[in-house]
Ligand binder design. Structure first.
Ligand SMILES: Cc1cc2nc3c(=O)[nH]c(=O)nc-3n(C[C@H](O)[C@H](O)[C@H](O)COP(=O)(O)O)c2cc1C
Length: 289
């Protein structure tokens, strides 16, 4: 899959061969349209990038009425990533997408501040479970919940999300970071802090998948710093059922095809017809990719 926020809504890169994708995850979509943060919103670092886009998106009604009918024509499942500032926000966005032709599922971005509680949904097991449960009740579509790694007890949060009815978990979102422009003596990003992604976070994301994979039974989608087929295979070996590619799309727009071809070649070379069995430790429930 291509990861949320790195592929827009699928219309910006017509040269990309969509047939290489297993699914597309859209940019985070909110109840009302958002213009996002002021620039500078992206900064390059030694082995990754920082972003503080601020969830720029056209709002769920535009997505449902203008994009979804076009996705119906595509031979590709589209998973809409949703975000909000309150549980009601998430529920409303999910409701407006529920059963909409062209929308194959929902990914819940819980790395968003709960305005009332003053902290992110994803850093608190109780809040993470509450929002998952509320969205679960609002839609019968497949529901994937995306972990933020900026927490102490990732496994406890993953278990709470599973118990609240998620169908799968994606791990992980970006790591909070910062970069300072020495010449200008200010943070490189206008927002100050940003989310770090790319090769720098791969070992961290892999560890997250490894730990969560032994704690929950639902499938895990690995994401974080995957650039090559070998990177993707590391996540499958760690227990992921599938992977998402994010930052690499900016570097190599055809990355998904290269990664997919590399995985297929690995499966053929190693005589493994079903990569669902390659996890280093047996999953509690068999997962077939
Ligand atoms: C520019 C940019 C925008 C992103 N926007 C979103 C978003 O809207 N919602 C979300 O859940 N994740 C978002 N992410 C996080 C990615 O989907 C992914 O989890 C993260 O970048 C780690 O994967 P990577 O190292 O392969 O990029 C964004 C990442 C980047 C780089």
């Amino acid at each position: 899959m291509v990861a949320s926020g790195t592929f827009g809504y699928g219309f910006d890169a017509p040269q990309v061969d969509r047939s290489a994708l297993g699914a597309m995850v859209t940019k985070g979509t909110t109840r009302a349209a958002r213009t996002g943060n002021p620039p500078v919103r992206i900064a390059e670092t030694a082995s990754g990038m920082l972003n503080a886009i601020g969830l720029q998106n056209p709002g769920v009604d535009y997505v449902a009425q203008t994009y979804a009918p076009q996705w119906v024509e595509w031979d590709l499942p589209v998973i809409v990533n949703i975000a909000g500032e309150s549980i009601e926000d998430y529920v409303e966005v999910a409701r407006r997408l529920d059963g909409r032709p062209g929308v194959a599922g929902i990914e819940l971005n819980i790395s968003c501040p709960n305005v009332e509680a003053g902290l992110q949904f994803g850093v608190d097991a109780r809040l993470a479970a509450q929002v998952t449960e509320a969205v679960r009740a609002a839609t019968e579509m497949p529901l994937m919940v995306k972990l933020t790694p900026n927490v102490t007890d990732l496994v406890g949060i993953a278990r709470a999300i599973e118990a609240a009815g998620a169908d799968s978990i994606s791990a992980v979102n970006t790591y909070l970071g910062m970069s300072i422009d020495v010449a200008r003596r200010r943070p490189a990003l206008a927002n100050g802090l940003g989310g770090l992604s790319g090769p720098a976070i791969k070992p961290l994301a892999l560890r997250a998948v490894w730990e969560v994979a032994s704690a929950v039974e639902i499938p895990i989608v690995g994401v974080g710093g995957i650039f090559t087929a070998e990177d993707a295979l590391e996540f499958l070996l760690a227990g992921a059922a599938a992977v998402q590619l994010g930052t690499v799309n900016y570097v190599r727009p055809d990355a998904a095809r290269l990664v997919r071809d590399g995985i297929v070649a690995f499966a053929a070379d190693s005589g493994l017809p079903d990569l669902g069995d390659i996890a280093l430790r047996p999953r509690r429930k068999a997962v077939h990719v």
